[in-house]
Design a protein around this ligand. Sequence first.
Ligand SMILES: *Cc1c(COP(=O)(O)O)cnc(C)c1O
Length: 404
Amino acid sequence: MIKDLRDPFIRFKDVDPYKLFEGLKTPCYVLDKKRLIENGIILKGIQDRTGARILLAQKCFSNYDLYNTLEPYLAGTEASGLYEARLGREEMPNKEVHVFCGAYRRDEIEEVIKYSDHIIFNSLNQLKEYGPLVHKRGKSVGIRINPEKSTQHGPEIYDPCSKGSRLGIPLSTLERDLDDELLSLIDGIHFHTLCQQNSDDLKTTLLEVDKKFSKYFKNIKWMNFGGGHHIVRSDYDIKTLEECIKYAQDKWNVIVYLEPGEGVVLNAGYLLSHVLDRYNNNGYEFIITDTSAACHMPDVVEMPYLPPLYMADLYGASNEVRLGGPTCLAGDNIGTYKFYDIPKKDDLLIFGDMALYTTCKDNTFNGMPLPNIYVLNEDNTFECLTDFGYNDFKYRLGKFKKNW
Ligand SMILES: *Cc1c(COP(=O)(O)O)cnc(C)c1O
């Protein structure tokens, strides 16, 4: 059943996960250090061959206890605002911090600049207001452009090139408002248009950027290709990515940055859960798990997608079961799976590819607990990073004494 090297469960080829995870209280996340390193080696190879620099997008994964593990393979971190910038500076202190934000606050901009090396603006207003200050503090200024070339086929909420998007400055706005003084503030160009995509779509985007915006690139020092590159996926075309990097380097004499999130932590985590109940209603078989899609894997509901589940969806299996969380939300469905043997009450379920957009995005809706976070070391030992409980639910909601 292990399909290829990038199978989410390849780790369990040599070790029985049911034995390995026996006794862990669920729900819990398990972050796979070995897989993180394997991903890191692929990313390091690209950087070594091309001179490009790859950053971790922290909005996807910010379990800083593992930044040490990732640091040798990365040029730094990317942040969505002040807190992530600070986290990147604190936890990967010897590497670069880049920040993009839809709009910066006046009362935070000094602190953002303090933690960051590159500050990327989403409008010419913000460039004008804060660009000179960024330079005065010795940091680099970029703008995010919108090439208006959609290469996505998924839901619009993940497509910054969808019609009416607020993200990135389109060509028409630059042609209308960019004067020489503003242009002289710009050290680098950022675009982010992809989501879980291959390098053919990057190439399409880059050629569009070239066609539309190249006239503004005479003096830029860097170009940031954003995130959404599914680099460590088995069918990802690394050669085309490296050609794109080289194209930009040769044409504009820039340092190229990439800032994937998923592309760093793909398949490097699991979410463990137990079966709480199983029943049949109107001919449908149901399993209620002790994990909630809405709370613990929100992208499953938002995207939506079917998370990989160990020993399910096996070829030829015919027993169909609907898995869902214990919350009151009608839409708290994990998905419909096929099994040879349907799991029973108290059986362990192992969801794969659960390092991305989970631990940094989960919530306590319905009073659901936050799953504890474990690290699975290369030698199959564990470390628990957290000790979540009732207090973590309560303290966010009122006058809770933080004396615990
Ligand atoms: C979301 C985002 C990323 C990371 O995206 P992934 O799909 O996780 O690779 C990088 N840069 C920006 C600006 C983003 O918004």
